[in-house]
Every structure is written in structure tokens, then in C-alpha cells.
Design a protein around this ligand. Structure first.
Ligand code: NAD
Length: 535
């Protein structure tokens, strides 16, 4: 039996070795990812993986990039134990020392920035500058967290009692599980790891089952730094795999904080599971983002802004522009100019520097695109551009679709075409007469991630950013819905989950807060003048 298994494995290795294109093998070798054997997808200080074997498939060519040994239930529970031990050691390391570790991780990432970016492109399918941009985002948040490690301050609160002082003290939280989506296979983990490590926690990562190689390459870089500093590798553990692996982490009392990025459907399950055991969660879920273009907008900014928002990453960003509300006065001109840009777009290999449109991530994503186009046709929407798959020679094994602009007849925002996030490059357009109407539409969907208004009129800006304005977590003016920076906290409201990550005050979620009253007097008065003396 064992011999038969070995023989089967040997054949697999041979097939892998022969099958891999030089396009792929160059990138994998530059990151020391073996191309002739199955790869360990679990790291808890040691590399292992005794669970299901999954394939990493290139969305551009359809070729199998590698086979990965993912985590078994025993691997996950072993990794959680190691994470706990690592936390118990790390929590006593002073925060600025933890910052120094992050500085070294930042250096490790910077050295491999281009290679790692190329791997993101190879495995996820986004274009090269976006792949490298994601790694840059991880580098940036490390810089931020290095500074933060000297500024994660509590507060001194004025006490009403004489001779007393109250401190609000942040301490490390414990083990943080990061469950991430396929479309940002580096940056989302980076945002979490940087803040979590700076805060003194151990982090355990379950990436998307379709981007295991990227997570292995990132973890290898981080692990080397930990090793060099004699710190336990389980401070940055990795458990690859699918839903069952995620479920163990989400349900485990050993995990103080679950930071989940993914769809609303799964986020709802995860949120409920975590709250049922009184754990903490950060939910970063789907977006259904709108751009509103006023008649006074500078169209030379607005048209390319909407174009990038709708088509960038082949429409697979949580912040992608999915709804476009055009003022009647500029609608025709706007759509004409937008269609010209769509027409100039050429799909191709996202690794090539001049490609702007790569593939969808999976064949399932293509099916979602196709069924949504069918639905648009069934409701008699005008399809102004696109609506089909692309045959991209020589990448006929790839998942290419035409970015689509549609004008549904109805502007009823409760119709599924408006109210659900379709994770594909489909932009639905509606025409409005008054800003208030467009803001109402903007707010009328369950999601509340990103939104953008194009105008040069200060009065519109005030309305848009004020109490009767956009109810999203990201409210932009003359900037598209996608393309956030790490300095501000990132996240959405309503069914996007209310989570905040990255900059701003996001770090405060990665610590446990204690209010500490210290009496340095010779009396012990009670607050609010309460008297509890027996005599
Ligand atoms: P998904 O919800 O299918 O998967 C996300 C993660 O959850 C994966 O790691 C998956 O393996 C895991 N998972 C699945 N079922 C689980 C369960 N029952 N318990 C625990 N874990 C489980 O999402 P996806 O298709 O990978 O990503 C696309 C979605 O992510 C889109 O909706 C997009 O808007 C969203 N997203 C949101 C943000 C944000 O910051 N708001 C960022 C990126 C992506």
C-alpha cells in the first residue's frame, strides 16, 4: 500500500516537473518553492502538513503550479497549542523590541518584493503592479507598526476619589487567527500580522484555499526573521486548507480574536460562531460600492477613476466600483468616454508589464459572471459593453471575461442586481437628477464598504461626508472607490461587518484593555459617595 502511494506520488512529481511552464517555474524558484515535490502547507515552527492535498492552479493558463499538503485537524490543534506557547513567551517582550522584529520582517519582504508580487500575479491573477503593490502594502504597514510599537499607549484618567488614579492599560490579547480571502493574498495578512505582532500576540493564518503558495512564501520570509531572533515560529503560524480548517480556528477557545476577511455569507457564519463563545472578531466582508458623478465633476478625473474602480483586478476587489450613478446632464458624455476606455482594454498575461486586464481567479468566478449576465438579459438591461467570455490566445485555459457595463431598466435597489455583490467586472449604471436621490441609492443596499462622489462643489462635499451623506466606511471625494492607503483605518459598515483594520485606531482591537484604579492614599473611599461602614 505504502509502495503504491509512493509510486503514485513519484508519478505526480514527474507530471509536475514536466508540466510546469518556465513562466511559472522561474517565479517559484526565485522564492525557493520546490517545483518537483509536494509542498508543506503548515508552519508552527516546523513545516509539515498531513491533511488533504490541494492544487494551486494558475488562473491565466489553467496549469497546476504545485500540490500542497494542507492541515489535518491534528495539525491545526497542534499549531494552536504552539501558538499559545509562543504568545506566553512573546507577551513579555517589550513593545519596541517587537517593533524591531517587524522592522526585520519589513526588510525581508522588501528584498523579495518583486518576486513575491510576481507570485501573487501568478497564483491570484491580478496584474503585476497590483501584485507588487500588495507586497508594498505589507511593507508599509510594517513601517507603521514599527512606529506604533513605541506609541501603543494607554491613558491616565482623572479619578473622582482623592489619592486615586485610574489607568487604561493595553496588554497583549493572546492568539489572533487571520482568515483571508483569495483576492488580497498578501496585504490582508500583512495588516493583521503587523498590528498583532506589535501588540504582543501570536498569529495563526488560514489563507484562501486557492492561494496557498503565496501564503507559504510569505510565511517563509517571516519565519526566517523569527528564527534569527530565537523566537518561536508559531508566533506567525500557518494552516492552509479550506472550510474545515477555518471552522476549527473559528470555534477554538484558544483563539481570542478572529480577523475574518471574505464574503458576507461566510462572515455571517463566522461572526455568529465567534460571538457564541464570547470571542472577539473583526469582520471585513463584501462591498457593493457606488460612484456618483455630479454635473460639475472634472470628467478627465472621474472617467479614469471609475474605469480603474470597475475594471482593476478584473472587478475582484472588495472596493471595486459596482454601481455608477450619473447625473442626467453628463450621463451620455460620461458613458461614451468610459466605453472608449473599455474598448481600448486588452486582456492578457498579467505578468506582462503592459497588461491591465488579467483573468478571473477561478472558473467558478467565470460562472458567476455568466449567470449575472444572463440575469441582466432576463431583466432586459441594456448591455452597453462586454457580456461575454474572452478567448485569449495563447491562454485559452485562462478565466478571461469581458468587463461589462449595463444599464438595468429598474433603479429599485432591492433588486438583486443592485443589492448583491457580484464579484466580477460588471458595472451597473443608473441616471439621477438630484444628489439626494443618488445618496439614497448609495445607502439603500445592505453593504457599506466604499463610496465616491465626483464633484467640485463644496456644498455637495459637505452633504456627502455629513450625517445625511454616504453611510459607507470609506467616503471619498474625487477619488475612486478602490485604492486605500494603510494610514487610515480600513473597513465597512452594515453587512460589510463594521470591522476596521490597518491604520487609525485599528490596533486597539488587538489588545485587551484594563481599567486599573490605584489607590495611593491612606483612605479607601468608595466611588459615587457610597458609604459601607458598619459603625
Ligand atoms: P470566502 O468567504 O469564500 O472565503 C474567505 C475565507 O473563509 C477563506 O479562507 C475560506 O476558506 C474561509 N471559509 C469558508 N467557509 C468557512 C467557514 N464555514 N468557517 C471558517 N472559514 C471559512 O471569500 P473569497 O471568495 O475568498 O473572497 C471574496 C470575498 O471577500 C468578497 O465578498 C470580497 O468582497 C471579500 N473581501 C472583503 C474585503 C474587505 O476588506 N472588506 C477584502 C477582500 C475581500
Amino acid at each position: 500500500m505504502i509502495i503504491a502511494k509512493r509510486a503514485a506520488r513519484a508519478t505526480t512529481h514527474l507530471r509536475l516537473k514536466r508540466g510546469l511552464s518556465s513562466r511559472a517555474s522561474g517565479i517559484l524558484s526565485a522564492l525557493n518553492i520546490p517545483t518537483n515535490q509536494e509542498i508543506s502547507g503548515v508552519y508552527d515552527g516546523q513545516w509539515k502538513g498531513s491533511g488533504e492535498v490541494v492544487e494551486s492552479v494558475c488562473p491565466t493558463t489553467g496549469e497546476i503550479l504545485a500540490r500542497i499538503n494542507t492541515a489535518s485537524p491534528a495539525d491545526v490543534s497542534g499549531a494552536l497549542t504552539k501558538s499559545r506557547e509562543a504568545y506566553l513567551q512573546f507577551r513579555d517582550v517589550p513593545a519596541p523590541r517587537r517593533g524591531e522584529i517587524l522592522r526585520q520582517i519589513r526588510e525581508g519582504l522588501a528584498i523579495k518584493r518583486e518576486e513575491l508580487g510576481a507570485l501573487v500575479t501568478l497564483e491570484m491573477g491580478k496584474i503585476r503592479t497590483e501584485g507588487v503593490g500588495e507586497v508594498q502594502e505589507f511593507i508599509d504597514i510594517c513601517d507603521y507598526a514599527v512606529g506604533l510599537s513605541r506609541m501603543m499607549n494607554g491613558r491616565v484618567v482623572a479619578s473622582e476619589r482623592p489619592g486615586h488614579t485610574i489607568l487604561e492599560v493595553p496588554n497583549p490579547l493572546g492568539v489572533v487567527a487571520v482568515l483571508s480571502a483569495f483576492n488580497f493574498p498578501v496585504a490582508v495578512y500583512g495588516w493583521n500580522l503587523a498590528l498583532s505582532l506589535a501588540a504582543g500576540n501570536a498569529t495563526i493564518w488560514k489563507p484562501s484555499p486557492t492561494t496557498p503558495l503565496t501564503s507559504i512564501a510569505v510565511t517563509s520570509i517571516v519565519a526566517k526573521v523569527l528564527e534569527k531572533n530565537n523566537l518561536p515560529g508559531a508566533l506567525a503560524g500557518l494552516v492552509t486548507g479550506g472550510q474545515p480548517v477555518g471552522e476549527v480556528l473559528v470555534g477554538s477557545k484558544e483563539v481570542e480574536l478572529v480577523s475574518f476577511t471574505g464574503s458576507e455569507r461566510v462572515g455571517r457564519i463566522v461572526g455568529q460562531a465567534v460571538v457564541s463563545r464570547f470571542g472577539k472578531s473583526i469582520l471585513e466582508l463584501g462591498g457593493n460600492n457606488a460612484s456618483i458623478v455630479m454635473p460639475d465633476a472634472d470628467l478627465s478625473l472621474a472617467v479614469p477613476g471609475v474605469f480603474f474602480g470597475a475594471v482593476g483586478t478584473a472587478g475582484q476587489r472588495c472596493t471595486s466600483t459596482r454601481r455608477l450613478f450619473l447625473h442626467r446632464d453628463i450621463a451620455d458624455e460620461f458613458l461614451e468616454r468610459l466605453q472608449k476606455l473599455y474598448g481600448a482594454l486588452k486582456p492578457g498575461d498579467p505578468l506582462e508589464t503592459d497588461t491591465l486586464l488579467g483573468p478571473m481567479h477561478t472558473p467558478a468566478a467565470v460562472n458567476l459572471y455568466k449567470s449575472t449576465i444572463d440575469y441582466l438579459r432576463s431583466i432586459d438591461a441594456d448591455i452597453l459593453f462586454g457580456g461575454k467570455e474572452y478567448d485569449v490566445t495563447p491562454y485559452d485555459g485562462g478565466n478571461f471575461v469581458q468587463p461589462t457595463i449595463a444599464v438595468p431598466k429598474s433603479v429599485d435597489m432591492s433588486d438583486r442586481i443592485w443589492s448583491t455583490e457580484t464579484f466580477a467586472p460588471i458595472l451597473n449604471v443608473a441616471i439621477f437628477d438630484e444628489l439626494e436621490e443618488a445618496i439614497r441609492w448609495n445607502n439603500a443596499v445592505p453593504q457599506g464598504l466604499s463610496s465616491s462622489l465626483w464633484t467640485r462643489d463644496l456644498r455637495n462635499v459637505g452633504k456627502w461626508t455629513g450625517p445625511s451623506g454616504s453611510d459607507a466606511g470609506i467616503v471619498n471625494v474625487n477619488a475612486g472607490t478602490s485604492g486605500a492607503e494603510i494610514g487610515a483605518s480600513f473597513g465597512g459598515n452594515k453587512s460589510t461587518g463594521w470591522g476596521r483594520e490597518s491604520g487609525g485606531d485599528a490596533w486597539k482591537q488587538y489588545v485587551r484593555w484594563s481599567a486599573c484604579t490605584i489607590n495611593f492614599s491612606n483612605e479607601a473611599p468608595l466611588a459615587q459617595g457610597v458609604n459601607f461602614n458598619v459603625d
